[in-house]
Ligand binder design. Structure first.
Ligand code: ZN
Ligand code: ZN
Length: 163
């Protein structure tokens, strides 16, 4: 399983391992990711690994570019996709207002102690103050694999309309 997207990493597929001290005891543990998921959610260790990997990686440039786009602002690696709010109860971490049922919200996760924990939501329309005007559509779409093609199109349109 990839720690970034919670989907399986295919057999024989290139994967990225981040070695961390084991928070539950001695030794170290390795977190495995799809390289693109690590580029968006763990950009610094991924870039370091790219620098230390002499192997020919066809994806090297795309991965470095993705990692740099997530390094543009410190909150961007928290992005865990987007969804239409199933209820009207959650509050936006940016404006503190509730998020209306059916409106788009960005899911956030926090990386701490070797794991990602749910970190709440922000309105799609609040991404500018929260991410300080950085472009984040790539990250949002990457971590929204469950959306249908039509939903992705609606999300893309809502993103552009809120610009
Ligand atoms: Zn992944
Ligand atoms: Zn908001």
């Amino acid at each position: 399983m990839c720690r970034g997207c919670a989907r399986p990493i295919g057999r024989g597929e290139l994967r990225f391992g981040e070695l961390l001290p084991n928070p539950y005891g001695q030794g170290e543990m390795t977190l495995w990711f799809h390289p693109a998921c690590a580029a968006y959610k763990r950009p610094e260790p991924l870039l370091q690994a790219l620098g230390e990997t002499p192997a020919q990686l066809p994806e090297r440039e795309a991965l470095a570019r993705a990692a740099h786009s997530s390094l543009a602002q410190r909150r961007i690696p928290r992005i865990d996709g987007a969804e239409r709010s199933p209820s009207g109860q959650a509050r936006c971490r940016s404006c503190r207002e509730t998020i209306a049922r059916g409106s788009w919200r960005i899911r956030l996760v926090f990386f701490e102690g070797g794991r990602f924990s749910p970190g709440g939501y922000v309105h799609l329309a609040c991404r500018k103050p929260y991410f300080e005007s950085s472009e984040v559509l790539e990250q949002i779409l990457h971590f929204s694999p469950d959306l249908s093609g039509q939903e992705r199109e609606e999300l893309r349109r809502a993103y552009v309309d809120d610009a």
